[in-house]
Design a protein around this ligand. Structure first.
Ligand SMILES: [Zn+2]
Length: 309
């Protein structure tokens, strides 16, 4: 009888403990689940493997200010995850065999924890936890279009209306179109100026194009994209794309005007970035206006679908 009681007691204990053990085991597995990616560190010239969810904490920390509202950070996370998932197994030569790289101008910006500690100082833990919660709460989620990963390009701030991808890079992407982005106007340095002396201005043009006749009118006709960026501008008789002018003069965006003031050419530029896809400041404004990350994503990438890996 005593033996049977002992067995019963043992079974009761097992019955009580087992579900907790299993749930903690399942939780650990769930927390660790996620696509494994390889990342080429351009500075160290080495490849490291990591979970995409871990990678995203360091990407979002680098791509969006941690002071932004949580729903904006979640929208940024989904955009960054989708962008990363698209690049897996593409075998790009710049990656030396890895899926992604740490070069922000090629893939996405990536900040190491040590960089974040210096950048954030005493707020490191608070900011890190905030961004990790944006990543954890959207784990595995990405945007799809036509059964493929959407091209979730983003930029800091447009000029109040985003650009059509077809007018910036060509190609047709039904979800990378003009949408309103009133939050852009709230960015502190929304308007920037770039000043070039007459000589500097002419040299930049001369270095890019041969046979420019500088006796022509300096600034001629301007045409605009449907997002009010400069499409083409005639300079000294030469028709030049707005996106090329942006590169040549290192302007913040191709939404600009040029004035001749005394001996200088003055660019007045609105926004920051290529203007296509999600505007981060637009996302921030929507989040502050109590809209969810799902609403933000469907606003900036209309017609896409939120899915889970
Ligand atoms: Zn890359």
């Amino acid at each position: 009888m005593k033996f049977i009681s002992s067995i019963l007691a043992f079974l009761i204990v097992v019955y009580l403990i087992l579900p907790f053990s299993l749930s903690s085991c399942v939780k650990t597995q769930k927390e660790n689940s996620g696509t494994i990616i390889s990342l080429y560190d351009k500075n160290k010239d080495e490849i490291v493997k990591m979970n995409i969810e871990e990678y995203l904490v360091n990407v979002v920390s680098a791509e969006m200010p941690s002071s932004f509202a949580i729903e904006a950070l979640k929208a940024q996370t989904v955009a960054a995850r989708t962008y990363a998932l698209r690049k897996i197994n593409k075998n790009l030569p710049e990656h030396k065999g890895a899926d992604l790289c740490t070069d922000f101008s090629h893939c996405q910006a990536y900040s190491y924890n040590s960089d974040l500690k210096s950048k954030w100082g005493n707020s490191y833990l608070k900011n890190y936890k905030k961004i990790k919660s944006a990543v954890d709460s959207t784990a595995g989620q990405y945007l799809a279009y036509d059964n493929d990963y959407a091209i979730t390009v983003f930029h800091s701030c447009s000029n109040g209306i985003t650009e059509k991808a077809s007018e910036v890079w060509g190609g047709s992407f039904p979800y990378l179109v003009n949408v309103d982005s009133p939050g852009d106007y709230l960015k502190k340095d929304y308007i920037t100026k770039a000043v070039f002396s007459e000589k500097e201005f002419e040299n930049i043009i001369k270095n890019k194009f041969n046979n420019i006749d500088f006796s022509n009118e300096a600034i001629g006709d301007i045409s605009y994209t449907s997002g009010s960026n400069v499409k083409d501008i005639v300079i000294f008789g030469k028709k030049i794309k707005g996106t090329d002018i942006r590169k040549m003069f290192s302007l913040k965006s191709s939404s600009f005007s040029i004035d001749k003031k005394a001996q200088d050419f003055v660019f007045t530029v609105s926004g920051n970035g290529h203007g296509v896809g999600m505007s981060q400041y637009g996302a921030e404004k929507m989040a502050r206006d109590k809209q969810s990350y799902k609403e933000i994503l469907s606003h900036f990438y209309p017609g896409t679908e939120l899915k889970k890996v």
